[in-house]
Design a protein around this ligand. Sequence first.
Ligand code: ATP
Length: 361
Amino acid sequence: MPGPTTALPITIRGLTKKFGSLHALDSVDLDVKSGEFLTLLGPSGSGKTTLLMAIAGFNRPDSGSILFGEKEMILAPPHLREVGMVFQNYALFPHMSVAENVAFPLKLRKIAKAECEQRVEEALNTVQLSELGNRRIDQLSGGQRQRVALARAFVFQPRILLMDEPLSALDKKLREQMQIELKHLHRKLGVTTVYVTHDQREALTMSDRIAVINHGRLQQVDTPEVIYNQPANSFVADFIGESTMLPLKTEENNQLYFDHILVDSVPDQKSSQDWMLVVRPERLFPLSQESIDSDQHLIFKGKVIESVYQGETAFAQVSISEDHQLTVRFGTDASARKFLLEPGDSMELGLNRKDIILIPR
Ligand code: ATP
């Protein structure tokens, strides 16, 4: 399957969409690079679909600009935007065969019959459905329907592909398999892709970059590694991955403390804001008898509240002060089993200073 002639970047500036007094999109600026896989990630009602539909041309924003390459698209109707679209419910034509569904965008574009047949065959090959061209849609499994919807979205070689929660109807195992297939397909086609999901693991798995959105505003746009390791604020830290946030006190010399534990220096000494320490459960580790270097580690002492075995990992909730508790996640190999303690037992936890994440409070 040949890729699109050229992938296009998308440049969004000041995009605002109101429904009554609700700002579904609040002055959104976003650059989607040519050929990248960018995921819009946010909770229900955060504005993901509204933003995707604005890019597709299915809703009209109140103000702002959407460029495809150099071309302003904000007033262009959907059919002139030439984007491929995959919907949550697939929106396939039930009375048509698999091949007829995939051929539909080519017929709309009046592509000659022979070329149409060849492109449908290539598209079905790409999504591994070449044997099923004559089947009716209602004779397909969920995963197969999903592949038909995909083939139909890219068969006309769009330069932009938009997907709105395309895997949400599939069970967990198939969803995970399709995530990898979609990633391969994207690499093969090289098409600029904007993908919507509320599933943070899916976003981390698939994306070149993730745009985290809440209440119609972008919170952070960056690679999965940066979003996970350097969240910009408490919303991002909380929404992506598990985390505990501990409020810190700023003492003289700009030193940050949790209780009497010296955590770090204030990262931005010009600002007078308060800071929080974000702790990921898998970055903590239970301490055994042997001592560790306290210059390189923070050490928290506490009492186990709950300890849970989950197969490949286990976790414990540990109370470290009257108001705060930490969750620690650890492996369950033979040497780690001794950390599966009873409620009330004492436990010490280490955190390498390299794993310290500070965010403004
Ligand atoms: P979900 O994950 O649940 O699909 P979302 O992040 O895609 O959510 P949107 O569908 O973009 O969210 O909706 C953003 C906000 O705008 C929500 O508060 C929603 O209720 C509101 N909204 C969306 N469409 C309309 C509409 N046609 N009329 C009124 N309000 C709307």
